[in-house]
Design a protein around this ligand. Structure first.
Ligand code: ADP
Length: 458
């Protein structure tokens, strides 16, 4: 990679509809921010173009200022600028009210809203005299960038640019993703195993020659147990036991759980079919049977699922109020305390393109218990079964995993994990220390993206 680093800086523009921490729904928002920061660290020039939602969390935007306005398609678009986590962000505010809906997703005309945004973003680049080397778009929501660019901008003012398209989740907006795969110069998805799992999909299969799996990383500054205002005692791997004990107590205190040393299983997730809802429910009961504590932080976009969990929460809080807490909301600060205070983070996804929760868990010395799929397979190596597979990656085993999508599978991994906690605390503590020292940052993946950006320009 040496040659890549020495080459002149590239200008990369992300056109995206999510960005952590100001407009985050899931992993896509994390990746836009943390990939951009990693590439900027390598001395490249990165800009992000985002809709100016009325629900933006502006307290995390520095130097927020109005820039100017322009017209596209008969609509006036106001341009705002600000710094988010050290990144330059241009916020587009069309005066047609498309982004004044109180939410990021969930309008009946999401396709139309984001299609409009994509076209307005390209028009902004043209009218502002930007000449990016790479325009990077993400998922169905900014997929239209790829064909709008080829049809309207490539030969009309933005000729230098190449388009890179990243699939964070193939489940949503399949027709848009299929069309983007045709038009984009390079496509990626967020782990090797997921790239293989989807390689037979008719949207992907014809384009394998330009399709690559690049694992996501986590931002070590945003997720840093040594410098985290949401946890009580800063820690590194050397004092992981002390740091996690304090975090567990703070978590128990905050949620009104019994303050005693139970094995604590944390679950932090969107509650959707993808995330293995039936396995999550089963694991809650199994953990309680094994005399553990469970904390679930999750919210369901589907009101029926949300209701279902509200009922489960009522049931659990009355039968096991000192050992189970379901927080059915989105709460970033609480997520930090759970990552730090849990012994295990459970991720039993039915499919998982990459998954960030297992990586963040390890950064905080929590042991991942996961289903073997997609990026979970690529990053979690079972202490009993995957020594060789881990060593092939230069790693030691770091968690527990299972096959199948039934309770037997999740029991197999969870029972071994909880037994390991009860049977050998020294061994368990050394495992926590070890996972904290593994590198799941962007250091390596950012270089892979730079190589891809260069290849796109050849
Ligand atoms: P996905 O993108 O499918 O939702 P990922 O594992 O890639 O799954 O990313 C999920 C991200 O969202 C993680 O950073 C996780 O900590 C965060 N997250 C999920 N649910 C919640 C919640 N209820 N409250 C706070 N953070 C959450």
């Amino acid at each position: 990679f040496g040659s890549v680093v020495k080459e002149p800086p590239m200008h990369i523009v992300h056109i995206a509809v999510e960005m952590a921490p100001i407009a985050k729904v899931g992993g896509l928002g994390d990746v836009v921010t943390s990939l951009s920061r990693a590439v900027q660290e390598l001395n490249h020039h990165v800009d992000i173009i985002l809709p100016k939602y009325d629900c933006l969390n502006l307290s995390n935007v520095k130097d927020f200022q109005y820039k100017r306005c322009y017209f596209w398609g008969g609509t006036e678009i106001k341009v705002w600028f600000g710094k988010v986590e050290g990144l330059s962000v241009y916020f587009l505010e069309p005066q047609n009210g498309f982004f004044s809906a109180g939410c990021i997703y969930g309008c009946r005309n999401d396709g139309e809203r984001f299609g409009f945004f994509c076209h307005a973003a390209l028009e902004f680049l043209l009218q502002s005299g930007f000449h990016p080397d790479i325009i990077h778009c993400h998922d169905w929501s900014s997929a239209p960038v790829s064909w709008l660019f080829k049809d309207h901008y490539k030969h009309y003012g933005l000729s230098k640019a190449r388009v890179v398209f990243t699939i964070h989740n193939l489940e949503f907006g399949a027709p848009l993703i299929a069309k983007a795969m045709v038009y984009t110069d390079k496509a990626t998805t967020v782990s090797h195993t997921y790239s293989r799992e989807v390689s037979g999909n008719p949207a992907i299969a014809p384009h394998l020659y330009k399709f690559h799996g690049i694992l996501n990383g986590i931002d070590l500054d945003i997720w840093d147990p040594y410098n985290d205002k949401f946890i009580p005692v800063p820690y590194i791997s050397d004092n992981v036991v002390e740091g996690k004990r304090a975090a567990k107590e703070a978590l128990q205190q905050r949620l009104g759980l019994k303050k005693s040393d139970f094995p604590l299983v944390g679950i932090i997730t969107r509650l959707t079919h993808q995330k293995g809802i039936h396995l999550i429910k089963h694991a809650i009961w199994r953990t309680l049977e094994r005399n553990g504590q469970v904390v679930l932080l999750g919210s369901a976009p589907d009101p029926r699922i949300q209701n279902d969990f509200v009922n489960l929460a009522n049931q659990l809080h009355s039968s096991h109020g000192d050992r189970a807490r379901l927080c059915l909301t989105y709460d970033e600060p609480l997520s930090h305390l759970i990552y730090a205070g849990a012994d295990f983070i459970l991720v039993p996804s039915i499919f998982e393109p990459c998954g960030l929760t297992q990586l963040t868990a390890m950064r905080y010395g929590s042991i991942p218990v996961v289903r073997k799929t997609g990026g979970l397979y690529d990053t979690v190596f079972d202490v009993d079964h995957d020594k060789e597979r881990a060593q092939a990656q230069g790693l030691e085993p770091n968690g527990f995993n299972f096959d199948g999508a039934d309770p037997v599978g999740v029991d197999y991994a969870l029972n071994r994990a909880i037994s390991a906690w009860y049977d050998g605390r020294d061994w368990f503590n050394s495992l926590c220390k070890r996972v904290m020292e593994q590198d799941w940052s962007w250091n390596r993946p950012a270089l892979d993206y730079m190589e891809l950006y260069h290849a796109a320009r050849k």
